[in-house]
Design a protein around this ligand. Structure first.
Ligand SMILES: [Zn+2]
Length: 412
């Protein structure tokens, strides 16, 4: 059914929409001079971006500005994003040698983008290299493997990934691995298997961060017990504010922090807002319809799927069928995590180009708003710097140190 609107109403609607845009425009420019100064003099690190999927069709150029998706060099520059972990991701259902090969193809695609833009991007594998890139005015490009299934239960593959520059691995994605349970699958291993524990030990030795986003609570606690190095949750939010198994409980955040780890807050609306989550649950047909339409538009192109999924979700929000979530929810989650875990244990892991972004955080250009909002909440400048990136750089440094120590011990 198409609703015809009388002309005058249409005009009023257009005026209101324009006024809304103006207000939104004023809002995003309304960042205090202090926030701007702080933001652009801080190293801002994002531990999780799915932009890699866009590299695979060979057409996407990260050096050019795009009007879709959330990440490219011009927009990272505009938003002061200084270091980015490109996610190496394939769905959990792809396993065996195909999973390994596709992961390596993605690693090569990230390296190629960096090599194509040597003035803008610098491949980095350590906190020191991130700082060096920042000093040279370049964006540090790092990599994390999202899903342990990509090593095909073979520690040699893990070592290969590490040698190619991968610096974290999420133990599972949304399905179980052969050696670890996911938070969104039926438990099969009661956490980590014995081999899964060996994977964690080898990651420690290699200086690859153990990432517990996506894993089951039991896998988290098994990994926490085994790991000699602090761990990260590269893109997870607070379960106390939005009850999804993918988010962390207060106790988990406390226990992660007690061993030096960092939770990097995810901006996905379905992990930020209980209201959004409940609406999704109450109307499962919406997600089904979105999935069908995405399939129609994109086929098997996963980069396209992720971006179209975000676009279609927005359309449902605009139609009033799903609740509108504002970027201030990100701030609420950061605030909560800081209260529970401490400011040294909280960072940013957007999930840009892989999830549904809230209003006001559509792309990397909006990042200074986080700094502004945190200052307005009363966070000190030093604490904001930690959240923006210093906490993540600290955990990287510590993981590197533990890796060197374990390698030395092994050589003795
Ligand atoms: Zn994820």
């Amino acid at each position: 059914m198409r609703i015809e609107m009388p002309r005058i109403l249409l005009k009023i609607a257009l005026c209101l929409a324009t006024a809304g845009l103006l207000v939104a425009g004023v809002k995003s420019d309304d960042i205090s001079a202090r926030a701007k100064k702080l933001h652009f003099s801080s190293i801002v690190v994002d531990t999780h971006d799915d932009t890699t999927q866009r590299f695979l069709d060979g057409k996407f150029d990260i050096g050019a500005r795009h009007d879709d998706g959330s990440i490219d060099v011009p927009r990272m520059r505009e938003g002061g994003l200084d270091a980015i972990f490109f996610s190496i991701w394939i769905p959990s259902k792809v396993t065996g040698p195909e999973a390994v090969n596709r992961a390596i193809a993605q690693i090569e695609a990230v390296r190629e983008q960096a090599l194509k833009h040597p003035k803008e991007l610098a491949l980095a594998t350590t906190a020191a290299e991130v700082r060096a890139a920042y000093k040279q005015g370049k964006i540090a490009a790092l990599m994390g493997v999202e899903g342990g299934h990509m090593i095909n239960s073979d520690l040699d593959v893990l070592r290969k990934f590490a040698s190619l520059g991968v610096r974290y691995m999420t133990l599972t994605h949304s399905g179980n691995d052969e050696w670890a349970d996911s938070s969104t699958d039926k438990p099969a291993h009661n956490g980590l298997t014995e081999f899964g524990k060996d994977v964690v030990r080898e990651m420690n030795r290699l200086g690859v961060m153990v990432d517990i986003s996506h894993v089951s609570d039991k896998t988290f606690y098994d990994a926490l017990e085994i790991s000699r190095a602090p761990m990260i949750a590269s893109h997870s939010s607070c379960r106390a504010l939005c009850d999804v198994p993918r988010n962390m409980t207060d106790q988990m955040m406390k226990d992660l922090a007690a061993k030096g780890g960092v939770v990097q807050i995810n901006y996905h609306v379905g992990f930020l807002s209980q209201e959004f989550r409940d609406a999704e649950k109450a109307n499962p047909e919406i997600n089904k319809a979105i999935a069908q339409e995405v399939q129609k538009r994109c086929g098997d192109n996963e980069g396209c799927q992720l971006i179209e999924g975000d676009r279609l979700t927005r359309e449902y929000v605009e139609q009033g069928k799903l609740p509108r979530v504002d970027f201030t929810k990100i701030i609420e989650h950061i605030d909560h995590a800081v209260k529970v875990a401490g400011v040294d244990h909280v960072g940013l892991g957007s999930d840009f180009d892989g999830a549904n972004m809230p209003y006001g955080m559509e792309d990397a250009t909006k990042l200074p708003k986080i700094t502004d909002a945190l200052l307005k909440r009363g966070f000190s400048e030093g604490d904001v710097k930690k959240i923006l990136g210093e906490s993540t750089l600290r955990v990287m440094t510590e993981v590197e140190r533990v890796g060197r120590e374990l390698s030395r011990q092994q050589q003795k």
